[in-house]
Design a protein around this ligand. Structure first.
Ligand SMILES: Cc1cc2nc3c(=O)[nH]c(=O)nc-3n(C[C@H](O)[C@H](O)[C@H](O)COP(=O)(O)O)c2cc1C
Length: 200
């Protein structure tokens, strides 16, 4: 049992949505994590491409299963973490004007939590307390107009469903080759500061 007199450390769930390891959004995510960890947040980092996450089948079994998804894969643990954690980061590059398939599959599987909240009228978050917060980090190779519009709309809708306040973003156009971000130390610093702000 936790002692209510002792403030619990904030727990951060950081999700990498790029299938490329150690490239742009991964490195920005790592900076944000370093910023948050430096403020004392407890961090769990997952790389979605390493996990077994099938796409949502819209079978609606979650309605009968009390908001639990019928697909038994790594998403079960993510659902649990999403319900328990205080702070969130999702990092995904732009793929055809949206999120990566890995990030979108994870988000779509949160339909079970949408059902939990909106059909079964049960709480998504398992803790009471101050607002939960989440940020979004993205990069795209081009400078197209509205490059991040689709991804931002998806992430905002996802966070809203999960009762997470969309509290910051770092959206970087013109970042394409794997190590392009190296040329932009100011952006890496910005990611670090964004992570630090998750302590508030
Ligand atoms: C399948 C695919 C689709 C992409 N679609 C876009 C796009 O629509 N717009 C864009 O600006 N860049 C696009 N890109 C480029 C990536 O967004 C860019 O390389 C980014 O820096 C990759 O991030 P990462 O290094 O974190 O993997 C695409 C790349 C791939 C592989």
């Amino acid at each position: 049992m936790s002692n209510p007199e002792i403030p619990q450390k904030l727990k951060l769930l950081a999700m990498a949505g790029s299938p490329r390891r150690g490239c742009n959004t991964d490195r920005l995510l790592n900076e944000a994590i370093a910023g948050a960890a430096g403020q004392g947040l407890l961090v769990k980092q997952v790389t979605l491409a390493d996990l077994d996450i099938s796409p949502c089948q819209h079978c609606d079994a979650c309605i009968q299963l009390g908001g639990r998804c019928v697909i038994e894969d790594d998403m079960q643990q993510i659902h649990q973490d999403i319900r328990e954690y205080d702070r969130f980061i999702i990092a995904s590059p732009v793929f055809f004007m949206g999120l990566t398939a890995q990030a979108k599959a994870m988000i779509d599987r949160c339909q079970a939590l949408w059902v939990l909240k909106n059909v079964l009228n049960l709480p998504v978050c398992l803790k009471t307390g101050p607002a939960r917060k989440g940020i979004f980090i993205s990069a795209g190779g081009t400078r197209y107009t509205n490059l991040f519009q689709g991804s931002v709309a998806t992430v905002k809708s996802w966070y809203k469903t999960l009762d997470i306040e969309y509290s910051g973003e770092l959206l970087l156009p013109g970042i394409d080759m794997c190590n392009a971000i190296t040329e932009h130390p100011a952006f890496l610093k910005e990611a670090f500061l964004l992570g630090q702000q998750l302590a508030n």
